[in-house]
Design a protein around this ligand. Structure first.
Ligand SMILES: [Zn+2]
Length: 968
């Protein structure tokens, strides 16, 4: 056996699926395993994972995940993680707690930066400081409120209160727990807010000591960096440990003999008093069986993957609920799970839904699955595996997480990455007519007694009872305290406050490794772009290496849309993809899209434009399609069909889409309250903000409610509106096309696309006039939650501000320093954001899962003052600049590059503008930070406010003229 830097090579093999070389090592001294992939990917990934099965729901793995990033032996500052967020070029930097593992991944395209990140993370996990006050801050602690009342706070404690307020999260969490009652998956690794306060500091420390050891570690590397250097870095840490046995094995769940049924309450808003949720969940075999995992993946697609899929359709057509529930096939745990159901059911309809699901499956097992649905399922799976398009998530990280499904349980890490052979076997068996999917359906779903049906029943009093119970409990704790006990809490509270308010010593901060300004590229990497005019249409060609795939973006102008139809645009786009056409019904159409292409998606681009007036905007409905180059003619054929021949006559299906959309928005309101607040605030400043709010904000929800009624009483009218949109939107004139593919395929594609454009109608429509929304200065939106989302908006354009790239650096710095410190660390909110629109100067501050309201608004208001008074060391300024350049240079896959280039073209974000911005970013200094602070401070006098939270909190707020909005 070969050895290198203290490691033994266990395997050394090519990984053809990713054109990679894979080497698996074991560290001789400690037994740590390392999977090292070398491949042509500049976005280098490192990750260390520990098997961390919890024994209870105190959330100890989750609290530890937060805490180890709060200072370590080599980096003794309060939050090295935050310093890296502020001042590195990371393309990914985070940590995750799973039910059975904790992962610490980083990624960067810059080699020096990458090594810096790896070292800070290794030191954090193996040598964290984790003093008591970090546990109090990140986990939970008592506090004496100013009123003299005893309260409880903590970052994870508040975060999990937010999670437990969301019925979607509760449904997912408890579906899992009920399926695995006898294993570690039967408890919540994230922490149940009721149980978190039973965790002691000693148990927390002991958990780290037991599990964060090289003998329990799996380390992953991928990218184009030197594989030997990876081992050197690791050995420097591992060699400080000796091997020891770690008992972290995850047991298999004992099978149930008969199915089970459970009901639980969830915290519902008054308007949701008649709406429940139900999932039916099955426990499946181990995820390590790749042939079975792929088979079940195809089966999932056939059953629920498309709007036309038989099980999805049966559920939605039944009228028993509003939208599908459940995560489908889940392969992240040791044993796989399949879960489906309905949201928005009548509270007593759980059993009926269960019966419907079982009957539908029985029917399918008997009649067999439709051949074109199976073809669609196989192609969709194969396309996604081969394309490996992980969006903004690094590709290497997705490979790491896949490898861990088997590796974590002592299986072969390469098995889940090698899909070619099992996929080939599956296709062969299907081609031979073997009923592979029907057999799987019978064996693992229909005849499988290990099944749990979970119904969530609405309870409009639950939140109030929870709050009251906690109050009572805290009062009892307070009453039982003697003087010494009271003093101990006070001492903890003061120690924590002191710790939070004491800045890090400059010499400690200087230890965090950082790049210098000289390491940063002076110029932005250009996205290749060639502009052509074909049949009167602007075409942007982006020759990029895409692995045999062509990406097509069609951007239709919305300028001709009559004002009253603006909010109908998103549904119109969806209708084209799902309703069916004169030539093919919805089922055939959606299966054909899945069988022949990599998918067609729609989105609306709504943005202000450069060098325009405040009401100038780019408004486009964009269809994004992808296919292998040889299938592009089919992709164009389908696009031609849906754009010109969609049949809007399917009232039932359209009505389902409206109800589904409405129900999704209602459920997103509470967990994504910061998004709601942001849309609402932006609506006040520009036409683009107003249009975006009408298409995707709270206004859209109100519109969908009306539309749901109108679809019932006046479908002919709705249909006419859809026809009008087709006429005014889907024409050739002013349309822009983006095409991203490898250079040698481009010529042929261009010809094919030109032919397609020729077939589009050449009608022109005069631009319509749109009304701007007029909204009150301050709004309080009631939601059923135990936390708040606080938003404050400023209009810098009103105070004579003009953009300087340094303002982006300042806004980012505010988010990472001031807001992080005041709103998260001291305020106890899970997150806080600040975003500056460089086109218009509107600046929005937001908090996420926040225990406070007025206090956070005050922090936001003081932002300008803070910047005006702050002093910055040169190192701090350099880090802030590096972080901002990292954002600007975000790593993109080829399809994203093509899309971004098109968006820049549409909003007028030209190369000279971007170059000027970059030069200003690189030249950012204290003087400009203060000027930006002055603009914020001046604008703060006319701030707009939007807060989401429970009614009692809104009532207690001191903001004058708070307009109440009750939507749930
Ligand atoms: Zn967390």
């Amino acid at each position: 056996m070969s050895r290198i830097h203290g490691f033994t090579i266990l395997r050394d093999e090519p990984l053809v699926e990713y054109a990679a070389r894979a080497v698996l090592y074991r560290h001789e001294r400690t037994g740590a395993e390392v999977l090292s992939l070398s491949l042509d990917d500049a976005n280098k990934v490192f990750g260390v994972a520990f098997r961390t099965p919890p024994a209870n729901s105190t959330g100890v793995p989750h609290i530890l995940e937060h805490s180890v990033l709060c200072g370590s032996r080599k980096y003794p500052v309060k939050e090295p993680f935050v310093e890296l967020l502020k001042g590195s070029l990371h393309t990914f930097l985070n940590a995750f707690t799973y039910p059975d593992k904790t992962c610490y991944p980083v990624a960067s395209t810059n080699l020096r930066d990458f090594y810096n990140l790896v070292d800070v993370y290794l030191d954090a996990v193996f040598f964290p400081s984790i003093p008591r006050h970090v546990f109090l801050q990140e986990g939970w602690h008592f506090e004496w409120a100013e009123s003299g009342e005893l309260t409880r706070s903590g970052v994870v404690f508040n975060e999990m209160k937010g999670v437990y307020s969301s019925p979607d999260s509760v449904l997912g969490e408890f579906s899992q727990r009920l399926l695995f009652p006898d294993t570690t998956y039967g408890v919540d690794s994230g922490g149940d807010p009721k149980v978190i306060p039973s965790l002691t500091y000693e148990e927390f420390k002991a958990f780290h000591a037991s599990y964060y050891h090289p003998s329990n570690a799996r380390v992953f590397f991928s990218g184009d960096d030197d594989p030997t250097q990876r081992l050197r870095l690791l050995d420097a840490y591992f060699s400080q440990f000796d091997a020891r046995p770690v008992d972290s094995h995850v047991a298999l769940q004992k099978p149930f003999k008969t199915p089970r049924t459970t009901q639980m309450p969830y915290a519902a808003a008054p308007g949701q008093a008649d709406r429940g949720f139900v999932t039916v969940n099955w426990l499946l075999p181990e995820a390590a069986d790749q042939d079975l995992a792929l088979t079940l993946d195809v089966l999932e697609h056939v059953l629920i993957g498309l709007p036309s899929s038989p099980l999805r359709k049966a559920l939605l057509d039944s009228g028993l609920g509003e939208d599908l529930a459940g995560g489908g096939l889940e392969t992240e745990l040791r044993q796989m799970v399949f879960s489906t159901g309905l949201k928005g059911i009548k509270p007593d309809a759980g059993a009926a839904v269960e019966t419907l699901i079982c009957d539908t499956l029985a029917g399918l097992a008997k009649t067999g699955l439709p051949a074109d649905a199976v073809e669609a399922g196989v192609n969709a799976l194969e396309f996604s595996l081969r394309e490996n398009n992980t969006g903004s998530f690094p590709r290497g990280l997705s490979m790491m997480l896949r490898a861990l499904t088997t590796w974590l349980h002592d299986g072969d890490p390469l098995t889940p990455l090698r899909f070619s052979d099992p996929l080939g076997r599956l296709k062969k068996r299907l081609a031979a007519g073997e009923p592979v999917l029907e057999t799987a359906l019978k064996t693992y779903l229909l005849d499988n007694p290990h099944r749990v049906t979970l119904t969530l029943v609405p309870d409009t009093e639950l939140d109030a009872r929870r709050v009251a119970a906690e109050k009572e409990e805290l009062a009892a704790v307070a009453a039982g305290l003697d003087a010494a006990g009271q003093a101990a809490i006070k001492a903890d509270q003061e120690a924590l406050q002191r710790f939070q308010e004491t800045p890090d010593a400059p010499e400690d901060l200087a230890r965090i490794p950082s790049l210098t300004l000289a390491d940063l590229p002076r110029e932005e990497t250009r996205i290749p772009q060639q502009e052509e005019n074909r049949a009167g249409v602007q075409m942007l060609l982006h020759p990029l290496e895409t692995n045999g795939i062509a990406y097509l973006d069609l951007a239709f102008p919305l300028a001709g849309v009559p004002d009253r139809l603006v909010p109908l645009v998103p549904l119109f786009g969806r209708a084209l993809l799902e309703l069916g056409t004169d030539r093919h019904d919805a089922t055939t159409l959606t299966r054909r899209i899945a069988a022949k292409t990599g998918g067609i998606y729609r989105e609306a681009l709504i943005s202000s434009v450069f060098a325009g007036n405040p009401d100038g905007l780019a408004a486009r409905l964009i269809f994004r399609g992808k296919a292998t180059v040889d299938k592009v003619p089919e992709l164009l054929d389908i696009l031609d069909e849906i754009l010109t021949a969609t049949d809007f006559g399917n009232q039932e299906r359209f009505s389902q889409m409206v109800v589904e959309g409405k129900s999704r928005m209602e459920r997103q309101l509470a967990p994504a309250g910061h998004v709601t607040a942001s849309n609402r605030l932006r609506a006040r400043y520009t036409m683009a903000g107003s249009v975006a709010e009408r298409m995707r904000g709270l206004s859209q929800l109100l519109y969908l409610r009306e539309l749901a009624e109108r679809v019932k009483t006046d479908y002919a009218g709705v249909r006419r509106d859809l026809e009008t949109l087709r006429e005014v939107v889907l024409a050739r004139s002013e349309t822009m096309v983006g095409l991203t593919a490898s250079a040698n395929a481009m010529g042929g594609l261009e010809t094919a696309v030109t032919g397609f454009l020729d077939r589009l109608p050449a009608t022109t429509t005069a631009p319509a006039t749109w009304e701007r929304l007029s909204l009150p200065e301050a709004e309080g939106i009631a939601i059923p939650a135990q936390v708040h989302y606080v938003g404050l908006g400023l209009d810098l354009a009103k105070v004579g501000w003009t953009f300087d790239g340094a303002d982006l650096v300042a806004a980012r710095y505010l988010r990472m320093a001031y807001l992080w410190d005041r709103v998260r660390v001291r305020g106890g909110a899970y997150g806080a954001f600040c975003s500056l629109d460089r086109i218009t100067g509107q600046t929005v501050f937001l908090s996420y899962r926040d225990p406070n309201t007025d206090a956070t608004i005050e922090v936001f208001r003081q932002t300008g003052r803070y910047l005006m008074d702050a002093t910055f060391s040169d190192e701090e300024m350099t880090r802030a600049v590096i972080g901002a350049i990292g954002d600007i240079d975000a790593h993109m896959l080829p399809d994203a590059k093509g899309h971004v280039a098109m968006v820049r073209r549409l909003i007028g974000d030209t190369a000279p503008l971007r170059a000027a911005m970059r030069a200003q970013v690189l030249a950012a200094d204290v003087r400009r930070f203060r000027q930006f602070g002055e603009a914020l401070d001046a604008a703060a006098r006319q701030a707009s406010i939007v807060v989401l939270g429970p009614t009692p909190s809104l009532d207690a707020m001191t903001v004058p003229n708070l307009t109440r909005v009750d939507v749930l």
